[in-house]
Design a protein. Structure first.
Ligand code: DOR
Ligand code: ZN
Length: 344
């Protein structure tokens, strides 16, 4: 049996939701991660510092008494966000990034940006203050093939944005394509990317295996196998530009199994175990620690966590559903096996 001990990891891209739903999501993440960059796409969105601080308190109130966890908050970039709010956010010490959703690109993205020019003054202030921009990198143009939306975003939006704000610190979130890997690699040191466990483990065939699989529907969509391989190679290469961000995104069973189901895959119940499986598949377990516990902290200017965590290669079955507030949540690998588990 293989065993692995690593410094406690951080999840640099996480959806926790709010209210009664926090109990499940916060506990699952806090059990595995010391800190997480928390996404602001609530309804209404977390779009100023006061709201983010309130949300942070609600997250901490939902934390089980025996666990430590530090939520690293973000603000939602709306077209009405003021540049001065970036100063307030930074001075609070609790806000670590500003999230850009192209309007309509994904779950609760309707409050996002439809014309990039409208947020130039905010981006200029962020560049000056070294506040990171966290980017959902997909175009929303309905003429563009759904599987090409990330690659087209690079050309149409991201490259021009970087030319205009060359010093802006950017996280290209949950990358899914070879084009994104190449673009990040070829860019400046302050352009980095997060990679999810599900995009490392699945290709787009998983959406249609034996029938429609709503629990494999996320955005950006799973891509073809050659892209998955490019992601796995990048994540396991030891390049500090690529680090862990699960994009774990819980939705109720009801919201997923629907005629128009929500995008999002819940991996928080087994996130580090799933990354261990992906890294083991590439014979790269020795590189899991830098990817999961160091490179993200380096980018965000955070100290490394001092605690460690142990994993062992023993198969465990995932429940077919979990409690999520009053409702049910179908987790990744529901009713199937994980190859790794946390060891005490
Ligand atoms: O699959 C996704 N789910 N992608 C996103 O960008 C948002 C997320 C969510 O909030 O559900
Ligand atoms: Zn996300």
């Amino acid at each position: 049996m293989q065993k692995l001990t690593i410094r406690c990891p951080d999840d640099m891209h996480l959806h926790l939701r709010d209210g009664a739903n926090l109990k499940r999501s916060v506990a699952d993440s806090a059990y595995r991660f010391a800190r997480a960059i928390v996404m602001p796409n609530l309804v209404p969105p977390i779009s100023n510092t006061a709201q983010a601080l309130g949300y942070r308190e609600r997250i901490l109130s939902a934390l089980p008494a025996d666990l430590d966890f530090e939520p690293l908050m973000t603000l939602y970039l709306t077209e009405t966000l003021s540049p001065d709010e970036i100063v307030v956010a930074q001075q609070s010490g609790f806000i670590h990034g500003i999230k850009l959703y192209p309007a309509g690109a994904t779950t609760n993205a309707e409050f996002g940006v439809s014309r990039m020019e409208r947020v130039y003054p905010v981006l200029e202030r962020m560049e000056k203050l070294a506040m990171p921009l966290l980017v959902h990198g997909e175009v929303v143009d309905p003429e563009v093939d759904a599987f090409d939306r990330e690659a087209v975003f690079i050309e149409r939006e991201l490259a021009p944005l970087m030319a205009r704000f060359p010093g802006l610190r950017i996280v290209f979130e949950h990358i899914t394509t070879r084009e994104a890997v190449d673009f990040v690699r070829g860019g400046p040191a302050h352009l980095v990317a997060t990679v999810t466990a599900h995009h490392l483990l699945l290709n787009r065939n998983a959406l249609f295996a034996g029938g429609m699989r709503p629990h494999h529907y996320c955005l950006p969509l799973l891509k073809r196998e050659s892209h998955r391989q490019a992601l796995l190679e990048a994540a396991t290469s030891g390049d500090p530009k690529f680090f862990l961000g699960t994009d774990s995104a819980p939705h109720t069973r009801h919201a997923k199994e629907s005629a128009c189901g929500c995008a999002g895959i819940y991996t928080a119940h087994a996130a580090i175990e799933l990354y261990a499986e992906a890294f083991a598949s590439a014979n790269a377990l020795s590189r899991l620690e830098v990817f999961a516990s160091q490179y993200g902290a380096d980018f965000y200017g955070l100290p490394y966590n001092s605690e460690s965590m142990a994993l062992e290669e023993i198969a465990v079955e995932v429940p077919s559903s979990l409690f999520f507030g009053e409702e049910a949540l179908v987790p990744f690998r529901a009713g199937e096996q994980l190859a790794w588990r946390l060891s005490s």
